[in-house]
Design a protein. Structure first.
Length: 70
């Protein structure tokens, strides 16, 4: 049986896929949708790695590459 963290991580990955699909269908917003998708994937990765960890605001992009690269 999956844990709450595993379910949450999968939901985040599904949302990332949704953002990418929206971006693929609408070129003017594709960069923003790709950025959103990457951010959701980064949080999913963190959640899977360490479900109870904390992080300081503003560290997401610097530490995990959520700035659209990747």
């Amino acid at each position: 049986m999956p844990t709450n963290a595993e379910i949450a991580a999968q939901l985040l990955r599904d949302a990332a896929d949704f953002f990418r699909q929206v971006g693929d269908q609408n070129a003017p917003i594709k960069p923003q949708m790709d950025h959103n998708a990457r951010a959701f994937e980064v949080v999913a990765d963190r959640l899977e790695r360490s479900p109870t960890d904390e992080f300081a605001p503003g560290t997401l992009a610097a530490n995990d590459g959520a700035n659209g690269a990747g």
